[in-house]
Design a protein around this ligand. Structure first.
Ligand code: NAP
Length: 284
């Protein structure tokens, strides 16, 4: 029985591969370009393609599926059903369950959810909370450069969720198939303000990091190219709302892995190098 992990290069997908292989399971990993993968069984796969899935699906029994923004993996899932796949774990976003109809993150994840729900395959959708790696994605460059971390809403609360915990729960689902439900939310162990998250990085990195609040206009003006303006607007609205209430915390990680969820401090300790300055090489 081989498990296909799509997005095997992704921060969660790579951890799903690691967790399944550590548990002694046969794993095939996919990326849109398989040459980017360093795995014994790797295939190229674009989930939004219309055909050509034979190599990826040969001998596969279960699948870890990444969401693909705006286009669901309908053709791929139809081929998976035909080839005998018996279970799918889809990564999604809590915005699908909690967001208002026009929420752009909900819109982006809905096609993948619909495709899985309409595929006729047994499935579980996992809904992680705010990923701990958002700190590296959003603040990493500033911290490495010694610049201030600019925050629209320093007092917004989230429960940082370690990617390896999301992966450990997904790997347990894929290996055991014992969860009868179709939806599973999981979070980190503690609700923290963004300011408190930066404070943990300060302690773990052993150097100061300035938090500089910014206005909505300033945040929009320095919006990264990959982030649509509507998504950033939505995220700022969500942050404003999250100033007033603590973030939900649940015990899913412990229920499925038998160990407590990873704290943000533990995550920061194992990801310290992501925030450290790259060494400068002087030649001549
Ligand atoms: P990541 O590191 O950015 O990896 C994304 C993966 O998706 C890549 O491996 C990529 O594969 C794969 N992919 C994208 N389009 C594809 C396609 N058409 N066909 C096949 N593979 C495709 O992502 P992550 O950090 O592991 O997970 C991020 C996801 O988690 C978000 O997209 C969101 O859906 C969900 N999420 C995020 C948060 C949060 O707080 N940020 C919270 C809840 C849920 P390639 O190797 O081919 O590029």
């Amino acid at each position: 029985m081989t498990i296909l992990v799509t997005g095997a290069r992704g921060s969660i997908g790579s951890e799903v591969v690691r967790a399944l292989r550590a548990g002694g399971h046969e794993v095939r990993g996919s990326a849109r370009d398989a040459s980017m993968l360093d795995l014994p069984d790797a295939v190229s796969l674009d989930l939004t393609a219309e055909s050509g899935f034979e190599d990826a699906l040969e001998g596969i029994d279960a699948i870890f599926l990444y969401p693909t923004a705006r286009a669901g993996a309908g053709h791929f899932l139809a081929a998976a059903k035909k080839s005998g796949v018996s279970y799918v774990v889809l990564l999604s976003s809590p915005d699908v369950r909690e967001g208002a109809a026009g929420n752009p993150l909900r819109q982006a994840h809905l096609p993948s959810e619909r495709a899985v729900r309409e595929s006729g395959l047994p499935f579980t959708v996992v809904y992680p909370g705010w990923l701990a790696g958002n700190t590296r994605r959003d603040w990493g460059a500033a911290i490495r450069a010694g610049d201030p971390v600019r925050l629209f809403s320093p007092d917004a609360q989230f429960a940082p969720t370690a990617e390896a915990d999301v992966a450990a729960v997904a790997a347990t689902l894929l290996a055991e198939r014992s969860y009868p439900g179709s939806d599973l939310a999981l979070t980190g162990p503690e609700s923290m303000t963004q300011r408190a998250v930066v404070a943990v990085l300060v302690e773990e990195l052993g150097r100061s990091i300035e938090v500089r609040p910014e206005t909505r206009g300033e945040a929009l003006a320095r919006r990264p190219e990959w982030m649509p303006a509507a998504v950033l607007e939505y995220l700022m609205d969500a942050e404003e709302a999250a100033e007033k209430r603590i973030a939900p915390v649940n015990n899913t990680v412990e229920r499925f892995t038998g160990r407590p969820a990873t704290s943000f401090r533990e995550w920061a300790r194992t990801h310290r190098s992501d925030f450290e300055k790259a060494a400068t090489v002087h030649i001549g």
